[in-house]
Design a protein around this ligand. Structure first.
Ligand SMILES: Cc1ncc(COP(=O)(O)O)c(C=O)c1O
Length: 475
C-alpha cells in the first residue's frame, strides 16, 4: 500500500519514521498484514540513508508492531501491534491524548518474550537465586511489619537496609557513605527520576552516553529535558564533547552500557573537573560492577569526587532479581533532603517488608554469598562467549574487550547495520534472541554490531546458540 511519511523539518529521522508508522498502525491506517515499503525504496523516497529506515523498522519489529520475514518483506503484525486496545482507544475512550513525548517512548516488551537461546542483556539468572531463603526472610519481615502496624515509613528508606547498603558499598566498591547518604528507591529508573526531579527544570540540557542506555534518555525527555548524546570511545565518555551549559550528565563508568569499556582514570578526572566548572551534577550508574572477572575494580567517580557533585546509583536488579524493583541512591549532603522529598511525593517509600527482608538478606551474609556464586557462574559464561568471539565468530565480529558485567559488545567487521539487522531477524527465527548495537544510538550514527548478554542463557546453551548465530551472520 502507498504509505505517507513526512520528514520535513525533523531532526531525529529514524525516530520520526518509527513514530509515524507506529501512529498509522495504532490508528488503523495500516492494518495487520499490510506490507511496509521496502527499506531501500522508502529511503530513496525520503532521501535518507537506508540505515535510517532500517533502524526505525527494527525498533517497530522489536516492539512487535511489525514482523519481518526474509524474502517476504516487513508486514504489520497479525495482532496489529502488542497493545491492540490502543487501536480502539481513540474511538471508545474519548478525546484525551497524552503529551506528544509519550508517542516516542516505547513500552518495553522485555518481560514477555523469551527465546530458547536468550542473549539479551541485563537479565540475571533467577534459577540460582536462593528463593527459599528469600521467602523465609520476607515472611519474617512481614511479621514484624504487621506488629508495627503497617504504617507509612521513612521516604529515605528502612534504617537497617540503609545501613546494610552503606556497609556493602564501602566493602565492595570503596564508596564512603553513611546510612544517611543512602536513599532506597525502586530501581535505577526511579533513582534517576528522583534525582532529575530535584535537579532539572524543563528545557535543561542533559547529556547521556552515545551509544547509551535508552531508558534513561526517555526518562529525561519525559520530564522535559533536552537530551544530547555525547560520544563514547575506548576510554569512555568524550568529555570534550559535552555540550555547554549541561546541567546533568549520566554515565556508566565501570562498564559502559552498551559498549562495556571502563572509563579511563584520566577521563574520570576530566569529567569531575568539567562538572566542577559547570556546577553540573554527575549521575554515576554502577549497575553491574559486582560481576568483575579480572583486573582491579574500577574506582567509582563517587570516591574521586571531593566537591559533592556525584550522585551514585546502584541497583539490585542484577545482583538479586529485577522483579523486586530495589535500588538505591547515594547523594551528596546538599541534595539529600530534596531527594527524600522527591521520593515521598513519587510513592512515599519503597515497600517496607521488601526493604526489611533485603536488610536481613545482606546482614545474614546471603547476599555476599549469592554474588560470589554468580560471579563464578557469569565468569564461566563470559569466558565461553569471549572465546567464541575470538574463534568461531572472529570473521564476523570484533569483540570490545571487557572484564565485567553481564554482556559483551562486538562490532561487525564488515557487515553493515542493515546486514546485522537481517541477521538478527534470521536469528530470531532460529530461536536466538540477540540485540544489535544500532538500537542504542542516541544522536550519533548507529554502530554496526551485536550485544551478547549471558545473564539468562545457561552455559550449556551458549555454544549451540552461537553456532546458530554464526549461521545467521553468514547468510
Ligand atoms: C545501564 C543500566 N542501568 C541500570 C539497569 C537496572 O535498572 P533497574 O534498577 O531500573 O532495573 C540496567 C538494566 O538493564 C541497565 O542496563
Amino acid at each position: 500500500m502507498e504509505f505517507h511519511v513526512s520528514l520535513v523539518g525533523r531532526k531525529d529521522l529514524s525516530g520520526e519514521i518509527y513514530r509515524q508508522v507506529r501512529g498509522a498502525i495504532l490508528e488503523g491506517r495500516l492494518r495487520p498484514g499490510d506490507l511496509l515499503p521496502p527499506s531501500r525504496e522508502l529511503a530513496q523516497r525520503l532521501s535518507v540513508a537506508r540505515t535510517t529506515v532500517v533502524v526505525a523498522y527494527d525498533r517497530l519489529a522489536a516492539e512487535e508492531f511489525v514482523t519481518a520475514r526474509v524474502g517476504a518483506g516487513t508486514a504489520v503484525s497479525a495482532h496489529g501491534g502488542p497493545w491492540p486496545h490502543q487501536t480502539r482507544r481513540r474511538a471508545s475512550e474519548g478525546a484525551l491524548r497524552p503529551l506528544p513525548v509519550w508517542d516516542s517512548i516505547p513500552l518495553s516488551t522485555a518481560f514477555v518474550r523469551r527465546a530458547h537461546f536468550d542473549f539479551r542483556t541485563g537479565l540475571p539468572d533467577s534459577s540460582f537465586f536462593p528463593h527459599d531463603t528469600w521467602r523465609r526472610l520476607l515472611s519474617r519481615a512481614m511479621r514484624s511489619e504487621a506488629a508495627r502496624g503497617g504504617l507509612y515509613g521513612d521516604p529515605g528508606g528502612h534504617r537497617g537496609l540503609r545501613e546494610a547498603i552503606a556497609r556493602h558499598i564501602a566493602f565492595a566498591r570503596g564508596v564512603t557513605a553513611s546510612a544517611d547518604d543512602v536513599t532506597v528507591v525502586s530501581g535505577t529508573q526511579q533513582a534517576l527520576d528522583v534525582v532529575a526531579r530535584t535537579m532539572l527544570a524543563p528545557g535543561d540540557r542533559v547529556a547521556v552516553e552515545d551509544p547509551g542506555y535508552p531508558r534513561v534518555r526517555w526518562l529525561f525527555e519525559s520530564l522535559g529535558a533536552r537530551v544530547s548524546g555525547v560520544p563514547v570511545d575506548r576510554q569512555g565518555l568524550v568529555v570534550d564533547a559535552l555540550p555547554r551549559r549541561t546541567r546533568l550528565v549520566y554515565v556508566t563508568p565501570s562498564h559502559q552500557y552498551p559498549l562495556g569499556v571502563p572509563m579511563a582514570l584520566s577521563r574520570r578526572r576530566e569529567l569531575l573537573a568539567w562538572a566542577e566548572k559547570q556546577k553540573a551534577v554527575i549521575v554515576e550508574d554502577d549497575y553491574d560492577s559486582e560481576f568483575r572477572f579480572a583486573d582491579r575494580p574500577i574506582e567509582p567517580l563517587q570516591t574521586l569526587d571531593t566537591s559533592g557533585l556525584v550522585v551514585y546509583v546502584g541497583s539490585f536488579s542484577k545482583t538479586m532479581l529485577p522483579a523486586l524493583r530495589l535500588g538505591f541512591v547515594v547523594t551528596p549532603p546538599s541534595l539529600r533532603v530534596a531527594v527524600h522529598k522527591a521520593k515521598q511525593i513519587t510513592d512515599w517509600h519503597t515497600a517496607t517488608p521488601l526493604q526489611a527482608a533485603l536488610a536481613l538478606f545482606i546482614d545474614e551474609g546471603t547476599f555476599a554469598r549469592h554474588i560470589r556464586k554468580m560471579r563464578g557462574v557469569y565468569g564461566a559464561r563470559h569466558a565461553l562467549i569471549t572465546r567464541a568471539l575470538s574463534d568461531q565468530l572472529k570473521e564476523h565480529l570484533d569483540a570490545i574487550p571487557s572484564t565485567a558485567g553481564l554482556h559483551v559488545a562486538a562490532l561487525a567487521r564488515t557487515a553493515s547495520v542493515e546486514a546485522i539487522s537481517a541477521a538478527v531477524r534470521r536469528a530470531a527465527n532460529a530461536g536466538v534472541a540477540v540485540q544489535q548495537l544500532a538500537r542504542f544510538a542516541v544522536d550519533g550514527p548507529p554502530l554496526s554490531g551485536l550485544l551478547l548478554g549471558y545473564g539468562s542463557i545457561p552455559a550449556m546453551r551458549i555454544e549451540e546458540g552461537l553456532r546458530r548465530l554464526r549461521r545467521c551472520l553468514e547468510r
